[in-house]
Design a protein around this ligand. Structure first.
Ligand SMILES: Nc1ncnc2c1ncn2[C@@H]1O[C@H](COP(=O)(O)OP(=O)(O)OP(=O)(O)O)[C@@H](O)[C@H]1O
Length: 946
């Protein structure tokens, strides 16, 4: 009764916390975490339920055969259901998660959605925001480049009569003086007034960029203080901020309207009034924002002709750029306070560029390398400029030092033969000219024309860039190609074109691009969702309001700030750098492995008890209440509680742990242990009954009071105590995801204590403890040698169970068989390359391809060579259904009828660096058919001319 109440309370509590968790999640994270592990869990419980169904039938049959009463038959057959499906399972499963959450808390990482922790164990791609995440939040001011207007010299005496020449002035490192600046020093005025800083308790707060720039001017700001009441009345209740210059004590400027900064608009503006001006309708609008956005709002005649060249030149060196512009407004206060943003943010006059230093945080490179080494893909997704993004990506290791970067761009106004905006790929030289030199050593040469580059000197390589594959193709050359392959980058506007006009390419681009720049908040979210669609488990790490949507969409959102982002993200790190990412992943892996272990342990425990009870039902007996209590409360509960106490392994392993509970390995492990345990229990059961001193159990007749004590029950109890300990040790896995057993001191202590107790039980070293025997309901087994035999049998059980789990399950099944299967599946996918269709066949020029070769080589994610065999007949239907939107070029090569697709793929894979991508993009242990398919598909958007 008591135990029933206890179970009921646990179930109620679990249901309550699940419901509460779901409610919180549905409010804060509308998207449910779709995780295979959870689905498998339910299936596995169903499997246990089936076993309990069999036990149920067995019990009814055996009990009827033994002539038991109806009441006893019902009670015993229902007992078997609660034994096989442990009600405390959900509570036990959360132990690993709670422990991980506590450990994360110690490391200043707070998690408000514990169920996400397990998902983190499967993360294989991490998207990073740039500013404030990879780079320092507090930027350093570098220089300003004011725009100056001069008169072109006509060569005559009166040179001032020539047309206006708009040009950049020299770099200025100081902002305090307005002397010598064009437009009456308006650039400094704009910087001092165009921000959204506020004063709280006398201290200025706001965007770090605004703060640094404002402080650089040396101007002062007053808000709702001082003698501004009168002015407030004049401004029709608009409470202005008063900004006072450092170089003119008599001047002051009132900011009467503010158009706040928005990531999607990439700009902010203010309307400023100078109270010294006689006319109240003399206002000035100042705007600052991204160079591209401000350029699009400016009157082109006020923009220096080399504006983009200058912008690109700074961006290539990783500087963060802000353009500043102004527009005089002829309107009164009333109108200014109501005017629409769009109607004033146009026809601006360019004032200049602010160049900020964007320093990479000291820990960033180390963490990115650590993730790369662990085969976790790293992606940058930023609202900043593409070239700035690329430069920072290179600096922090997202783009490897020895790799080339290519930009996927669209050509506005130019259409391809299908009427879609043309896409081109340009090689970025950015700050890695030396890298291009390096690559020449691997005979990758620049030649004629399929990848079209820009003809202008805009920071990209010369036109007509193509990478020609080495000839002949040997695995050695391929190795060089892997070492010399590419990274792709794309910017928000091109991404938008791809989403609208090339929807079939979105998956592919998400798979192969490493830098996504100028991404609006909704594009960041879309990217995360696309990555999830190709079966990546995605983490997003960011700090800004523009990351909220992506943080919410990701499997694991990690916020580095306490502001808006922390509400959207399940994880918030108080230490504002990306060291929290590997920590969250390794804790997630540890929690996942713990959940697996606890689940298998709980399943193993139930099945062990099930086997014991099945044996005893055969003689119409069952374990005594004391024995049940000891197993459930002492052994199982405490082991389950301490199981998750093992910390995460200190290093990130190269592979993520298995996420499938219903894999061959997991099932074999549970079933295998069950067979070993069942066999040992059968031996004990049978051996006991063969002893000369054996007294058989006498089942009660009719409603007679039942005495559950029996010799076979005691013998089975003794051996099963060891078996529960063995299961806990076998399933408590250590490296590479969790620390070894010694790192979990309480569990070590429990193991020692429970083993001593289990040895004491049959041996009875301490006779004065015999009252324990009585309490447990054990019967004395008179023969000491038999009792020692039980202990020896338990030792053999431990030896076989450990060997089976380590050598057969971990080494053979997980280490060899599953990898072999994945390799096979890669080969299958390779075979599934789109099939030839005579309409599409184009004959190649032999363009460097040896026509006599009959087989090509592809490297798998494990670096093994896979031989691409000819597409086998019969696979064609599935192929065409898989890739039916695919635009592929096929050809056949001479009489050998070499599979055209192989050569095509080989050529394209070389050209695109797909060999490298194959090698890099797949998490080692999870080559993903969808991603493989996507990689093949990407070849279709490059226009290939044979
Ligand atoms: N306070 C600001 N005032 C005006 N323009 C700004 C301001 N902050 C950023 N910008 C401009 O708007 C662009 C987009 O900003 P956004 O905040 O979306 O991304 P980001 O901060 O550059 O990069 P990330 O997404 O990596 O944090 C910036 O690149 C910059 O040019």
């Amino acid at each position: 009764m008591k135990s029933l109440l206890c179970i009921f309370a646990i179930v109620l509590r679990t249901a309550y916390s699940t419901l509460k968790g779901q409610l919180v999640r549905s409010i804060m994270y509308p998207k449910p975490v779709d995780f295979r592990f959870t689905k498998d869990l339910f299936k596995f419980i169903l499997f246990l339920a089936c076993i309990s169904g069999c036990g149920f039938l067995y019990t009814i049959v055996v009990m009827i055969m033994r002539g038991n009463t109806l009441r006893r038959i019902i009670v015993r057959s229902l007992d078997i259901i609660t034994i096989t499906v442990p009600p405390a399972l959900p509570a036990a499963m959360s132990v690993g998660i709670i422990n991980a959450q506590l450990r994360l808390k110690k490391k200043q990482i707070f998690c408000i959605s514990p169920s996400t922790i397990n998902t983190c164990g499967a993360i294989n791609v991490v998207c990073f925001d740039k500013t404030g995440t990879l780079t320092e939040d507090g930027l350093d001011f570098h220089v300003v480049r004011p725009v100056k207007i001069t008169k072109e010299s006509t060569g005559e005496e009166n040179a001032a009569t020539g047309p206006d020449v708009i040009d950049f002035m020299e770099e200025m490192t100081e902002l305090t003086s307005r002397e010598g600046l064009p437009y009456d020093g308006d650039l400094v005025k704009a910087i001092a007034t165009c921000h959204s800083l506020t004063r709280i308790n006398g201290v200025l707060h706001g965007d770090p960029l605004d703060l640094i720039l404002f402080q650089k001017t040396g101007w002062t700001m007053e808000e709702g203080e001082g003698d501004i009441e009168e002015e407030t009345l004049r401004f029709d209740n608009v409470q202005p901020s008063i900004i006072k210059p450092s170089d003119d004590t008599t001047a002051e400027y009132s900011v009467i309207r503010q158009f706040t900064f928005s990531s999607s608009l990439q700009r902010m503006s203010v309307i400023v009034f100078d109270p010294r001006e006689d006319r109240p309708d003399n206002m000035m609008l100042y705007s600052k924002g991204s160079p591209e956005m401000i350029l699009s709002l400016c009157d082109p005649t006020t923009v220096p002709p080399d504006y983009l060249t200058q912008v690109n030149a700074y961006a290539q060196h990783g500087f963060r750029l802000i353009a500043v512009a102004r527009r005089p407004l002829d309107m009164n206060f009333n109108k200014a306070s109501k005017v629409k943003r769009d109607s004033v943010e146009c026809d601006l006059e360019m004032l200049g560029l602010i160049v900020m230093e964007n320093r990479v945080k000291p820990v960033t490179l180390g963490v990115i390398n650590q993730l790369n080494r662990a085969n976790i893909r790293t992606v940058m997704v930023t609202g900043d400029n593409l070239l700035t993004g690329l430069s920072v990506a290179r600096e922090c290791g997202i783009i490897r030092p020895s790799k080339r970067a290519f930009l996927v761009e669209h050509v506005p106004g130019e259409l391809d033969e299908h009427g879609r905006t043309k896409l081109v790929i340009k090689q970025s030289v950015s700050s890695s000219d030396d890298v291009i030199e390096d690559d020449e050593s691997v005979s990758v040469s620049m030649c004629s024309s399929t990848w079209k580059g820009s003809s202008e000197n805009d920071g990209f390589s010369p036109t007509n860039t193509e990478i020609e594959m080495p000839n002949p193709v040997t695995s050695e050359n391929l190795g060089h190609l892997i070492a010399s392959s590419y990274h792709l980058a794309i910017s928000g506007p091109t991404f938008a074109v791809v989403v609208h006009e090339y929807p079939e390419l979105v998956d592919q681009l998400c798979c192969v691009c490493d830098v996504f720049a100028r991404m609006a908040p909704d594009q960041k979210q879309l990217l995360v969702e696309q990555l999830q669609q190709v079966d990546y488990t995605v983490a997003m790490c960011g700090d800004g309001a523009n990351d909220c949507a992506a943080l919410k969409a990701a499997h694991a959102g990690i916020s580095l700030s306490d502001a808006e982002a922390s509400i959207a993200a399940p994880f918030t790190s108080r230490v504002p750098d990306i060291r929290c990412v590997p920590t969250v992943i390794s804790e997630g892996r540890a929690a996942l492995v713990t959940s697996f272990g606890i689940f298998k342990y709980m399943a193993g425990y139930s099945l062990t008890q099930f086997v014991t009870v099945m044996h005893l039902y055969w003689i119409s007996n069952i374990l005594t209440d004391g024995q049940f209590m000891f197993i459930d409360m002492f052994l199982i509960t405490i082991f389950a509680l301490l199981f998750g106490n093992t910390p995460a392994f200190h290093r990130l392993a190269h592979t993520s742990p298995p996420t499938r509970l219903l894999s061959i390995a997991s099932m074999t492990s549970v079933v295998g242990q069950l067979i070993i345990i069942g066999f040992v229990q059968s031996v004990v059961f049978f051996a006991t009954s063969q002893q000369s001193w054996f007294v058989a159990y006498q089942p009660p007749v009719g409603d007679e009071q039942e005495d559950k004590r029996s010799m076979q029950g005691t013998a089975l109890f003794s051996v099963s105590m060891f078996q529960y300990i063995i299961l806990a040790l076998v399933y408590s896995k250590g490296p590479p995801y969790r620390g070894n057993l010694w790192s979990n001191k309480p569990m070590c202590a429990l193991t020692i204590i429970s083993t001593l107790v289990s040895v004491q039980d049959p041996i009875q070293f301490f006779h004065h403890l015999s009252f324990v025997q009585t309490a447990l309901g054990n019967v004395e087994l008179p023969d000491l040698y038999f009792r020692i035999f039980i202990i020896i049998l338990a030792g053999v059980n431990a030896f076989i169970s450990y060997g089976f789990e380590t050598f057969f399950v971990d080494f053979f099944l997980l280490g060899y068989w599953e990898r072999y299967k994945k390799k096979r599946s890669i080969e299958t996918i390779v075979d599934y390359v789109p099939t030839a269709n005579s309409d599409h066949i184009r004959r190649p020029s032999t363009n460097g391809i040896p026509s006599s070769r009959t087989e090509t080589t592809l490297l798998s994610s494990e670096g093994q060579q896979l031989h691409m065999t000819k597409a086998s007949k019969g696979t064609e239907t599935s192929v065409s259904s898989l890739l039916n939107h695919h635009r592929v070029t096929f050809f056949t090569a001479n009489s050998q009828a070499l599979s055209s697709n192989e050569l095509f793929l080989e050529l394209e894979a070389n050209r695109l660096g797909l060999f490298h991508l194959f090698h890099r993009k797949f998490p080692k242990n999870r080559p993903n058919p969808k991603i493989l398919t996507a990689l093949f598909r990407i070849t279709s958007f490059i226009d290939v001319e044979f």
